[in-house]
Write a protein that binds this ligand. Structure first.
Ligand code: AMP
Ligand code: MG
Length: 325
């Protein structure tokens, strides 16, 4: 069965095509703000401008035609309302014109499921770290439960904001990583973890303040060490609490080698396995929506059109994970 998946929750418009477990195509186009952070309406305009082109590219890459599509899946939430609306409208009109079923799927869960497919992790604690999200998630009693999450600025966003202040190109995350590799003096920064929840705003602001009188490479190094130690601590406690012995790292920040290394070390010390989602499937993309669409469709009929309205704050633990039972 061939499913076309549409991603549009934030800066990325993506179309992915899955034939069962095989990724046939995964095309994306990313909105880049002219300055500052993401403007939801501008991002949505970007998505509606590029949607036909991205879909055309995906069909060419997959070497299929529109008529070969059996199912349409789209990211129903959580995300930025104008962006979600654009994706939902595109998905509805495609499903209607092809006369195929449509399924709306949860963006965060799509990150987890494509990760499980590609790494063979079976029942991991997932650390989902991106521009818009920071969550520690594990399956428990039929739902993906959020064991810990960020209380303010998500980790990718904090790195990008710091990068902007330090005069680095957007996105700041990869540049901070490069500079951090050359730093070695640890500068004390606020380590803020409450229960399993993390706060990065204070840490980010303090790192910005240090820009006046400390070496940039040392600040980047200290910023990463502090943030990633907090994330590793939260993941380790979730593993102990939920009784899991696998960790799955996903989201755009999963590309960071130092974060991978810290989680890997923690896992080795606990005799646990560590997995990272392949780079091309870790950031926002349409293939993961298509894969979750296929999983969901196995146990349901597809959605009625009137049930395809987006859900801005759709919580990960609102979804019954029927396909995993
Ligand atoms: P996403 O929101 O999942 O598309 O991921 C984008 C986020 O990932 C941005 O905040 C980037 O700064 C961040 N990112 C990408 N590569 C890296 C890296 N190597 N280290 C840290 N953050 C990164
Ligand atoms: Mg995402």
């Amino acid at each position: 069965m061939i499913c076309l998946g549409i991603e549009s929750t934030a800066h990325t418009f993506g179309v992915g095509i899955m034939d069962g477990e095989e990724v046939l195509a995964n095309e994306t186009s990313m909105y880049k703000p002219s300055e500052g952070g993401i403007h939801p309406r501008e991002a949505a305009e970007h998505h509606s401008k590029v949607c036909d082109e991205v879909m055309g590219n995906a069909l060419r890459e997959a070497e299929i035609s529109r008529e070969d599509i059996d199912l349409v899946a789209f990211s129903k939430g959580p995300g930025l309302p104008p962006c979600l609306r654009t994706g939902a409208v595109f998905a509805r009109s495609l499903a209607l014109s092809l006369d195929v079923p449509i399924v709306g799927v949860n963006h965060c869960i799509a990150h987890i499921e494509i990760g499980k497919l590609k790494t063979n992790a079976e029942d991991p604690v997932t650390l989902y770290v991106s521009g818009g999200n920071t969550q520690v998630i594990a399956l428990s009693a039929g739902k993906y439960r959020v064991f810990g999450e960020v209380l303010d600025t998500p980790v990718g966003n904090a790195l990008d904001k710091f990068g902007r202040k330090a005069g680095l190109d957007h996105p700041g995350g990869p540049k901070v990583e490069k500079l951090a590799a050359k730093g070695s003096n640890y500068i004390e920064l606020p380590y803020s973890i409450k229960g399993m929840d993390m706060s990065f705003s204070g840490l980010m602001t303090e790192a910005m303040r240090k820009l006046d009188d400390e070496d940039l490479e040392d600040i980047c190094y200290s910023l990463q060490e502090t943030m990633f130690a907090m994330l590793t601590e939260a993941v380790e406690r979730a593993m102990a609490h939920a009784g899991k012995d696998e960790v799955l790292l996903t989201g755009g920040v999963a590309a960071n080698k130092r974060l991978q290394e810290m989680l890997d070390t923690m896992c080795s010390e606990r005799d646990a396995s560590f997995y990272t989602v392949p780079y091309e499937l870790a950031g926002d993309n349409g293939a993961m929506m298509a894969w979750l669409g296929l999983l969901k469709y196995k146990t349901s009929e597809g959605d009625e059109l009137e049930d395809t309205a987006f859900i801005q704050n759709w919580r990960t633990d609102d979804v019954e994970v029927v396909w995993d039972k």
